[in-house]
Design a protein around this ligand. Structure first.
Ligand SMILES: [Zn+2]
Length: 79
């Protein structure tokens, strides 16, 4: 018989070798390594996404500025 450990994150039981004991505000708890790693990689992905998004925003702001300058130049030329 295999003893299973309750995973507070998945709210189910996993095999003890895939579990890791972690400290929470309420005390020691068991959580599966898989869910810990999944949480970490989703944080990484979120960070990467945030950086990419701010790069896009910067590029967009720059393009808008350049367009505005071009518009002014064209207006000046036409007048
Ligand atoms: Zn789990």
């Amino acid at each position: 018989m295999t003893t299973k450990v309750y995973c507070y994150h998945c709210m189910t039981y996993h095999r003890p070798e895939s579990m890791q004991k972690i400290m929470t505000r309420t005390g020691e708890r068991w959580r599966c390594i898989r869910s810990i790693e999944a949480a970490q990689s989703s944080v990484d992905a979120r960070d990467a996404f945030g950086e990419r998004q701010s790069e896009i925003n910067k590029a967009r702001a720059r393009a808008v500025q350049e367009n505005a300058m071009l518009d002014r130049r064209l207006t000046a030329f036409v007048l």
